[in-house]
Design a protein around this ligand. Structure first.
Ligand code: SAM
Length: 338
């Protein structure tokens, strides 16, 4: 790709993600889940305008999410399958959140934030922090919580891969702080049958038991869900795991969260921080882009391994090591209570 093509490709990135979003939002990937259909039949089933729906399907075909035949019949490609709501690794939830109206609206504030030196476009756009917005807007809350499980289907695999050689045999109780609907913790409990687990979450997130993963993944006898505030206290446990938690918060907020876990941990306890760890300057990495999203979304940021180690030490934990999956997509930073 020439430099000019590369810049053009970057400029039009949003067109691609919005076309994809429209396909997911309108239910096109689910409608084609059972097999191929004509554009007209798909439009009829979903209550769409047939002429405009055909053009959207054609664009989704151009993105290689659908396959178009000569008679305007469409089917899902292997990539498009990942956008079906019933796919085990579905990315539908991530699409609906990250290209949905709230998060879309945040990005326009980026130049002003960088100019002013004040992050948090959620506050600029909605006048409140994202989790406060979720309390007042049930649609955003639902889309947000579903997206976390959707992210987790790939990320839990990376974390289990990163910690494949880790010796969990002396631990009995693992607590996932801010664990959402408990997808990752349930995967841990399924992998390590001697472990018991607790998900600590905001009450609103875990009130509907039909949305929780422990039962669906067959570990509900060893998993409990506790409503609480990680800024106030953590349940007693041998180890804590937090995925996509510290990146939501500034350094002082992170230290408070980590201190509460240190106070509650059993002697020799551990904390595992799961995040997109920023690598060296020469390496291109998704973490450096996610960092800008966090600048928009609230008070948080992505951090380097050294910055996580410094947070641990400031909160009184001893930094032990950082574990990576083969892909290096995320890192697991380990701290110990000594
Ligand atoms: C970015 S999400 C990550 C969810 C989950 N760990 C995952 O990776 O899928 C952050 C989570 O922190 C939870 N959370 C926010 N503030 C909290 C608090 N004060 N106490 C407990 N959980 C909180 C949110 O409800 C949300 O589920």
């Amino acid at each position: 790709m020439s430099s000019q093509e590369k810049v053009l490709d970057l400029i039009f990135g949003r067109w691609r993600s919005q076309i994809l979003y429209a396909g997911v939002k309108l239910g096109i990937f689910d409608a084609l889940g059972a097999g191929s259909k004509t554009a007209a039949a798909t439009a009829h089933e979903l209550g769409l305008d047939p002429a405009l729906a055909y053009r959207l399907l054609r664009a989704l075909g151009s993105l290689e999410l659908l396959r178009e035949d000569n008679d305007r019949t469409f089917s899902l490609t292997e990539t498009g399958e990942l956008l079906r709501s019933d796919h085990p690794q579905t990315l539908r939830g991530v699409t609906l959140l990250e290209e949905g109206p709230e998060h879309y609206a945040l990005w326009k504030h980026l130049p002003a934030m960088v100019r002013d030196g004040k992050q948090n476009a959620f506050m600029r756009e909605f006048g409140r922090m994202a989790f406060d917005h979720a309390v007042r807007d049930a649609d955003y809350a639902q889309v947000f919580d579903n997206a976390m499980s959707s992210y987790s289907s790939a990320q839990a695999e990376w974390v289990l891969n990163a910690l494949a050689a880790y010796d969990f045999s002396k631990m009995t109780h693992l607590c996932d702080v801010g664990g959402g609907h408990g997808y990752m913790l349930a995967r841990f409990l399924a992998r390590y049958p001697h472990l018991e687990g607790t998900v600590l979450e905001r009450a609103e997130v875990i009130s509907d038991s039909t949305r929780l993963w422990a039962g669906k993944l067959g570990v509900s006898d060893r998993c409990r869900y506790v409503a609480g505030d990680m800024f106030k206290a953590a349940p007693r446990a041998d180890a804590y795991i937090m995925k996509l938690i510290l990146h939501d918060w500034n350094d002082d907020e992170c230290v408070r969260i980590l201190q509460n876990q240190l106070a509650a941990a059993t002697p020799g306890g551990r904390v595992f921080i799961v995040e997109h760890v920023i690598p060296d300057p020469e390496t291109s990495h998704f973490a450096k882009l996610f960092d800008i999203h966090m600048m928009c979304w609230g008070t948080g940021r992505e951090r380097t391994q050294e910055e996580y180690a410094a947070l641990l030490e400031k909160a009184g934990w001893k930094y032990v090591a950082t574990w990576f999956p083969a892909s290096h997509a995320m890192g697991v930073v380990e701290g110990a209570k000594l």
